[in-house]
Design a protein around this ligand. Structure first.
Ligand code: UD1
Length: 312
C-alpha cells in the first residue's frame, strides 16, 4: 500500500485519480482549497481519504504535511486551470501554478525526502501557436499566457530537479481532457462540459468558428490510468503528452454526441475566438512506448459521460 498525496484532488482530474488510487488500496491524502474543486467530487470516498481544505501556497502547511506524510508518490494537480483567470490575475495565479511547485520540490530536495516520484501536471497550452504538427514532447513551445508560462516553467523545474539533484520527478502535458465532473460553468470551461450542460438543460450552445477546428480529446479515465503508469513505472525525469493521439473536428464530436443523447443541440454560431487554435493533435508514441494504450474511444467516453449526467 503506497502513501499518496494528490494536490487538487477534489478537482475534475484529481478526484478521478483519488478514486482510482483508493480502489487500488493506496492511502490517499488530498489537499485542495476548493477554489475549483468540490467536496461532492470526493463524497463517496470521504471516509477512505484524508482531506485538507488548504491552499498549496501556504508553505508552512505544505512543509509540515510533506514532513509528516512520508509520501511515496505526489501527484501535483493543484492549479488555477483557467487561462482567463491567469490573464486577469497573473501574480496570484503565478503563486499557485509555479511558485508552490518549486517550493515543494525544494523542500523535498533540502530535506532528502525519500519519495518515489513527484508527478507534475503541465498542459498542451505550452505549445501555443507553434507550427509543429502533431505535437511531440520535443516540438517547439510557445507559451502565450501567464497560465502557459507558469506551466512550462514549473514543468522545466520539475524535470530539472530530477536531472540536477536526483529528485525522482516526471511531468505530463494534458491535451483536451473530458468527462464527468468537469466544471462547465465558465465560458472557458472545456467545450464538452459546456456541450453536455447545453444538451442536458436544452440551452443554446455557442459554436465559435465553423466547427472544423480539431482537438485531441482524451477521456478522464484514460488520463488517470496514464498518470498512474507514468508515476509508478517510469524512471526518467522527462515529460509525456497525455492525449488520445486522434484529431477530431468539434462539429463531428457534437454530431456523435447528439446521436448518443438522442437529441439535437441548439447551435448558435459566432465568429472564431481570437487566438483560437485551428488544429491540435498529440503524438503519443512516447506514452505508448511505456506500454500505455488509451481504452476509451470518443464514442464510448461520450456515452459514459452522458450516462453519468442522466443519472445525476
Ligand atoms: C485548451 C485549454 C486552454 C489552453 C488551450 C491550449 C481547456 C478547457 N482549455 O483550450 O486552457 O490554453 O487548450 O492548447 O482545456 N468552443 C466553442 N464553444 C464553447 C467553448 C469552446 O465553440 O462554448 C470551441 C473553442 O473555441 C475551441 C474548441 O471549442 O475551438 C475547444 O475549446 P476548449 O475546450 O476551451 O479547449 P481549447 O481551445 O483547446
Amino acid at each position: 500500500m503506497a502513501k499518496v498525496l494528490v494536490t487538487g484532488g477534489a478537482g475534475f482530474i484529481g478526484s478521478f485519480l483519488a478514486h482510482k488510487l483508493v480502489a487500488n488500496g493506496d492511502q490517499v491524502v488530498i489537499v485542495d482549497d476548493l477554489s475549483m474543486g468540490k467536496l461532492e467530487n470526493i463524497a463517496d470516498i470521504k471516509d477512505q481519504v484524508t482531506f485538507y481544505e488548504h491552499t498549496v501556497c501556504d508553505e508552512n502547511f505544505m512543509h509540515n504535511l510533506l514532513n509528516q506524510g512520508k509520501f511515496d508518490y505526489i501527484y501535483y494537480l493543484a492549479a488555477v486551470s483557467s487561462v482567463a483567470d491567469s490573464v486577469a490575475r497573473p501574480w496570484y495565479t503565478h503563486q499557485v501554478n509555479q511558485e508552490s511547485v518549486v517550493n515543494t520540490l525544494e523542500f523535498i530536495r533540502t530535506h532528502h525526502l525519500p519519495i518515489k516520484k513527484l508527478l507534475f501536471s503541465s498542459s498542451a497550452a505550452v505549445y501555443g501557436n507553434a507550427a509543429d504538427f502533431p505535437k511531440t514532447e520535443d516540438s517547439h513551445v510557445d507559451p502565450l499566457t501567464p497560465y502557459a508560462i507558469d506551466k512550462y516553467a514549473a514543468e522545466r523545474y520539475t524535470v530539472d530537479y530530477g536531472h540536477l539533484y536526483g529528485v525522482p520527478t516526471v511531468a505530463v502535458r494534458f491535451f483536451n481532457v473530458y468527462g464527468p465532473r468537469q466544471n462547465p460553468d465558465s465560458e472557458y470551461s472545456g467545450v464538452l462540459s459546456i456541450v453536455t450542460k447545453c444538451l442536458k438543460n436544452k440551452q443554446p450552445f455557442t459554436l465559435y468558428g465553423d466547427g472544423r477546428q480539431t482537438r485531441d480529446y482524451v477521456y478522464v479515465e484514460d488520463v488517470v490510468d496514464a498518470l498512474i503508469k507514468i508515476a509508478t513505472e517510469t524512471n526518467e525525469p522527462t515529460v509525456y503528452n497525455i492525449a488520445n493521439g486522434n484529431e477530431q473536428a468539434l462539429i463531428d464530436v457534437i454530431h456523435t454526441y447528439e446521436d448518443i443523447a438522442g437529441m439535437k443541440l441548439d447551435i448558435v454560431q459566432r465568429e472564431a475566438r481570437k487566438g483560437d487554435i485551428q488544429k491540435s493533435k498529440a503524438d503519443v508514441s512516447k506514452l505508448k512506448s511505456i506500454g500505455f494504450e488509451p481504452k476509451w474511444s470518443l464514442h464510448d467516453g461520450l456515452m459514459n459521460y452522458w450516462k453519468y449526467y442522466s443519472k445525476h
